[in-house]
Design a protein around this ligand. Structure first.
Ligand code: NAD
Ligand code: IPM
Ligand code: MN
Length: 353
């Protein structure tokens, strides 16, 4: 049966890198057990332009009925003052689909390591996963208020929400190096105190794994100082957002980091961790790796197509090893050239890698 993929290209560089992702997906389809059927829907700023709102009802319905969702990126200066911003649409989509687990892997391959501003001996072997809680915390907590002279947000977590994301983190750690670092601000925040106590409880169910706790300020420092000390980092919505952009410095650019967002049993969403990059949008120079690797994550995690996923990942590394790279990685290749090179390798099959 054909798998239904909902495509939300979004804004800025979103459509540019989405085109790359979909072309690579087509190139590996022949190695997959499934066939894919894509349908595009307006979302974000593009949703506002077409329908007046960032998450049109038709788009949400399609996402709910999909087997998986691919998202480029949303947002930009044009819609900053909109009654409902693109960002609000993204949060509404995550909430509606109960996408509580955002998985952000940061693996620095040998070919990317020289792009890192970190010393070779510090960056070598960096391979970590940030597990970010995505559907609660300060992003969604009520009450919240904004007046000209006073404003507040609420960082609220229910215990079961913390349990859920901790289970996700430990399960991922079981398949890796069995180390979980829970990042919080338990020396100050009530929500973090509950987070830390809950992490301790859940850890008892995973005796093969080791749990340690770090405060977010110190974790931000250690992530850059000794990135290889980390295996799985689990943290709340806001800290996960910030730490994952920080972690993009390890491979040298935001343009190579994909992500997957999962609910308990609904469709998963795959998107780069970065935004719509208005500063380079329309120039054809965006790095498509983040989107291409998001497609690989989709093939692996939603459709169990491990071989095709690995082929895509190896093809990206292979192209970089040939010295073909976009400008964020110090190269001169345009988005299309890089994509073409990846497709070439995918089409000549995994045997060549
Ligand atoms: P950004 O992530 O869009 O860009 C930060 C920097 O990284 C920019 O210099 C940009 O050029 C660069 N960059 C990002 N992706 C790149 C790529 N693939 N190739 C090369 N360079 C890349 O962050 P921002 O500028 O703070 O935000 C721009 C807009 O994106 C805002 O409206 C923000 O709300 C939105 N945003 C959306 C998402 C999302 O759709 N999930 C995520 C983050 C930010
Ligand atoms: C991300 C983005 C979003 C977030 C914004 C655009 C709402 O920064 O996906 O990391 O903060 O979650
Ligand atoms: Mn972010």
């Amino acid at each position: 049966m054909k798998k239904k993929i909902v495509v939300l290209a979004g804004d800025g560089i979103g459509p540019e890198i989405m085109e790359s992702g979909l072309r690579v997906l087509s190139a590996v389809e022949k190695y997959c057990d499934d066939e894919f059927d894509y349908q595009s829907f307006p979302f974000g700023g593009a949703g506002i332009d077409k329908t007046g709102v960032p998450l049109p009802k038709e788009t949400l319905n399609a996402c709910q009925a999909a087997d998986a969702i691919l998202l480029g990126a949303i947002g930009g200066p044009k819609w900053e003052k909109a009654a409902e911003t693109p960002e609000k649409g993204l949060l509404a989509l995550r909430k509606s689909l109960n996408l509580f687990a955002n998985i952000r892997p940061v693996a620095v391959s040998d070919v990317l390591a020289p792009q890192s501003p970190l010393k070779p001996e510090i960056i070598a072997g960096t391979d970590l996963v940030i597990v970010r809680e995505l559907s609660s915390g300060i992003y969604f907590g009520e009450p919240r208020e904004l007046t000209p002279t006073m404003a507040y947000d609420t960082a609220r977590y229910q215990k079961n929400e913390i349990e859920q994301i901790l289970h996700t983190a430990f399960k991922i750690a079981e398949g890796r190096n069995k180390r979980v670092t829970s990042v919080d601000k338990a020396n100050v925040l009530a929500s973090s105190k509950l987070w830390r106590a809950t992490a301790e409880e859940i850890a008892k169910e995973y005796p093969d794994c080791q749990l340690d706790h770090q405060y977010v300020d110190s974790a931000a420092m250690k992530l850059i100082q000794r990135p290889t000390d980390f295996d799985v980092i689990v943290t709340d919505n806001l800290f996960g957002d910030i730490l994952s952009d920080e972690a993009s410095v390890l491979p040298g650019t935001l343009g190579v980091l994909p992500s997957a967002s999962h609910s308990i049993d609904g469709p998963s969403l795959y998107e780069p961790i970065h935004g719509s990059a208005p500063d380079i949008a329309g120039q054809g120079i965006a790095n498509p790796i983040s989107m291409i690797l998001s497609v690989a994550m989709m093939l692996r995690q939603s459709f169990a197509q491990e071989q095709a996923a690995q082929l895509i990942e190896k093809a990206c590394d292979h192209v970089l090893a040939q010295g073909i790279a976009t400008s964020d990685l110090g190269g001169t290749a345009r988005t299309k050239e890089f994509t073409e090179a990846v497709i070439q390798i995918c089409q000549t099959s995994s045997a060549t890698l």
